[in-house]
Write a protein that binds this ligand. Structure first.
Ligand code: NAG
Ligand code: NAG
Length: 362
């Protein structure tokens, strides 16, 4: 009897370790995500008129379900990996939580993603066509969520919850692309005015999140946008220098405004990630990360697989692990995983003033 009891206990303990031992402990109460297609986990699938959707093959081919999910990736994206690092499930899309199916039982306390492919810091013309939810509108949605959570747990508990949660903001690339595609914008603003205005407009939205209770911010700068396959087509497969130059200028302006913003507001902690430097290093030294193809997209058509979007009939590379770019604009799962490792541990020195691991305990 004793022996059997013992071995049963042993089995239970063993099962417990097996089931839970490998999952990471939850490090923060929740993650609230704002941004564009780099972190969209399915919001745009709920925009009936939007064509900015990753709801068809070959998107999702390496996702655990092997099905398209709305992520602009062959598999997971940075939002998923950030969740994993923090021991949390990926924050679900806001538009799924308020959809008919979930309306009555959804909670926002476990985190929400407001990110929408095509979104910019500025409300673009795409808003008219309801192609995406721009940042301002994402923050409006957060205000709605804030009211709901206040009803659910009360103001004091909510403040505590939000002050320990992480607010992730990944945006700006679409504004830069927009500027170089629109002669109207170029006539109205010099590039310097434009990138300054991007950064100051972002701070306005961050301030709204702070006023709503956010304290811990993960802010991701704009990447080396001139080197994505779509832009390389404009320069004989080389990077477009001007787009990269203004991405850097924007990032510089943003970093100095973030410092000022922190000084003006009690209790803000943030980690800034220099995506530009991170991608630049991947493109310069791909072999050290296991990549062999830095220019061409994995999924697409024509030169660099960048003449057409990733569609069911597009070419698909056989090894998604050796490509940095998945489609015309977006990184592969493999590249996103590397960026997230760097965001979290700051191992390559691309985070300032602290990395995300320090942000958690700050
Ligand atoms: C809400 O309930 C429905 C029906 O039971 C279920 O399918 C859905 O997954 C639930 N949603 C959430 C967010 O728990
Ligand atoms: C095209 O690429 C070359 C080589 O990197 C660079 O010198 C040149 O400035 C680029 N042109 C444009 C328009 O970006």
């Amino acid at each position: 009897m004793v022996n059997r009891g013992c071995s049963l206990l042993f089995i239970i303990i063993y099962a417990f370790i097996f089931c839970f031992g490998f999952s990471k402990p939850q490090m923060v109460p929740a993650v609230y995500v704002f941004g564009d297609s780099l972190v969209d986990v399915g919001n745009n699938n709920f925009l009936p008129l939007s064509i900015a959707k990753a709801n068809h093959p070959h998107y999702g081919i390496d996702f655990p379900t092997h099905k398209p999910t709305g992520r602009f990736s062959n598999g997971k994206n940075a939002a998923d990996f950030i969740g994993e690092k923090l021991g949390l499930a990926t924050s679900p899309p806001y538009l799924s939580l308020v959809s008919k199916a979930n309306k009555n039982n959804a909670s926002f306390m476990g985190g929400v993603s407001f990110a929408s492919a095509g979104a910019g810091i500025f409300d673009g013309t795409d808003e008219i066509y309801r192609q995406s939810v721009p940042l301002t509108k994402q923050v409006d949605q957060f205000s709605t969520v804030h009211e709901e959570m206040t009803k659910e747990v009360g103001a004091a508990a909510l403040q505590k919850h939000l002050s320990k949660s992480i607010f992730v903001v990944v945006i700006g690339s679409n504004d830069i692309f927009g500027y170089f595609q629109s002669s109207g914008l170029r006539k109205k603003n010099t590039p310097q005015q434009y990138v300054d205005s991007m950064a100051s407009s972002l701070i306005v939205q961050l301030q709204r999140l702070y006023d709503g209770g956010g304290r811990k911010f993960e802010i991701v700068g704009v990447g080396e946008v001139g080197c994505c396959p779509a832009l390389r087509l404009k320069n004989k497969t080389e990077c477009v220098v001007e787009a990269n130059y203004w991405a850097v200028k924007y990032n510089e302006g943003l970093q100095s405004m973030l410092k000022e913003w922190q000084l003006k507001n009690e209790g803000i902690v943030y980690s800034y990630f220099d995506t530009y430097a991170a991608i630049h290093h991947l493109v310069q030294a791909p072999a050290s990360y296991g990549f062999t193809e830095v220019k061409a997209a994995c999924c697409g058509l024509g030169e660099l697989n960048a003449r057409a979007p990733c569609l069911p009939l597009s070419n698909l590379c056989s090894n998604r692990q050796d490509h940095i770019f998945w489609d015309q604009f977006h990184p592969t799962e493999a590249a996103s995983r590397i960026f997230t490792d760097e965001i979290f541990d700051g191992s390559s020195g691309y985070t300032s003033p602290i990395n995300m691991r320090q942000l958690v305990t700050a």
